[in-house]
Design a protein around this ligand. Structure first.
Ligand code: GDP
Length: 205
């Protein structure tokens, strides 16, 4: 039985990157366009209904949300803590230009310099797998990602796709995962992949 998430709690919402918790615990950063299903995925992964608030106003929040997540490895009878970091506005925020620039600069600095980030989980909507803005985000991350960090592309809402369409995504993105919050598909796989990378130090896909 692989390691599973047994507990999760909200730590803080930082309105400035300086308010982020002290570095230490391994971090998983989740980013994606608003409405991609990020809150739903965080809830599915942590087996909670309301851990991540469903965004009422898409793109409005400009915060870094921190969650403490506890994994239990039954074989070793051990618990391990990781931090999930939800970046609601990253690269996509529909905010005024000046705010966007200021916030964006700050976020860019954060994700480039935060040494405890082990994994970037980039969420893309499986119904729109070729959005240029998502390609930009992917390229942007690949420009600064460190050898001790991984990048994982996760296509959400796979329940909306036919088998053929899913196969096409995986052909074009062989390292990607397809998930559905609705059907709870691919969630356990992602859950254990995060553990393997962040806690076990497994190689990236
Ligand atoms: P966020 O803005 O990225 O946090 O997205 P939400 O988690 O709030 O989800 C946005 C919308 O997509 C909501 O209406 C969800 O019910 C829907 N949604 C989320 N996950 C799935 C999924 O796996 N399948 C389908 N069909 N809809 C989903």
């Amino acid at each position: 039985m692989p390691a599973r998430i047994v507990d999760a709690s909200f730590i803080t919402s930082a309105s400035r990157v300086e308010e982020a918790p002290a570095e230490g615990v391994g971090e998983v950063v989740f980013l994606g366009r608003s409405n991609v299903g990020k809150s739903s995925l965080l809830n599915s992964l942590t087996h909670r209904k309301n851990l991540a608030k469903r965004s009422a106003t898409p793109g409005k929040t400009r915060l870094i949300n921190y969650f403490e997540v506890v994994y239990k490895d039954d074989e070793a009878d051990q618990k391990y803590t990781v931090h999930f970091v939800d970046l609601p506005g990253f690269g996509y925020a529909k905010v005024s230009k000046s705010m966007k620039n200021e916030w964006q600069k700050s976020l860019n600095f954060f994700i480039k310099n935060r040494r405890t980030i082990r994994l970037f989980v980039h969420l893309r909507d499986a119904r729109h797998p070729d959005e240029p803005i998502d390609d930009d985000v992917k390229n942007y991350i690949s420009g600064f990602i460190q050898p001790d960090q991984c990048y994982l592309e996760v296509f959400t809402k796979s329940d909306k796709l036919k088998q053929k369409e899913m196969a096409k995504i995986l052909r074009e993105h062989p390292d990607a995962l397809l998930v559905s919050n609705l059907k709870k598909r691919g969630i356990e796989r992602l859950e254990s992949l995060i553990f393997d990378i962040v806690i076990r130090g497994a190689a990236c896909r």
